[in-house]
Design a protein. Structure first.
Length: 146
């Protein structure tokens, strides 16, 4: 397991949900044709196809489509986000393996990711793993409080 595609396949194969960033230069397959994600967005998605959504008081404009990513053995749903309807460049591209989720749920799930990361960082520091990696402790206990 090493590539991003391997990780996405692994998560999906175990029936788990994921929502993550898609790099702008990543190759995607739309309607059987390969594109760089940002090129496809700029060439095919004008301001009139964008819809407005509000999540936690934040207004954004979005477009969504089910696509393929080379190496990923399942269809993913891509969500393209802009700050304003007429912005030339999107601010974020997201993908999820849950193609049936509505955009509001995808965005709420994406925003929750930092909560888990923050807890993980706190647990790593408080358990002594950070010191162990610097070589300042010989034996460290591993505990996580959730």
């Amino acid at each position: 397991m090493g590539s991003t595609a391997d990780i996405l396949n692994h998560i999906n194969d175990h029936g788990r949900n994921y929502v993550g960033d898609l790099k702008f230069n990543r190759t995607i397959t739309v309607d059987g044709k390969d594109w760089k994600a940002i090129e496809w967005v700029k060439l095919t998605l004008g301001p009139l196809c964008r819809r407005k959504t509000t999540v936690d008081g934040k207004v954004q404009w979005f477009f969504t489509k089910s696509i393929r990513i080379p190496g990923v053995n399942h269809t993913v749903r891509m969500v393209v986000l802009w700050k304003q309807q007429r912005d030339a460049e999107p601010v974020k591209l997201l993908v999820t393996n849950r193609t049936y989720w509505e955009v509001h749920r995808i965005l709420k799930t994406y925003r929750k990711r930092w909560t888990g990361s923050s807890i993980w960082a706190w647990a790593r520091v408080s358990s002594g793993v950070a010191r162990a990696r610097r070589g300042t402790c010989i034996s460290c206990s591993w505990r996580t409080v959730l």
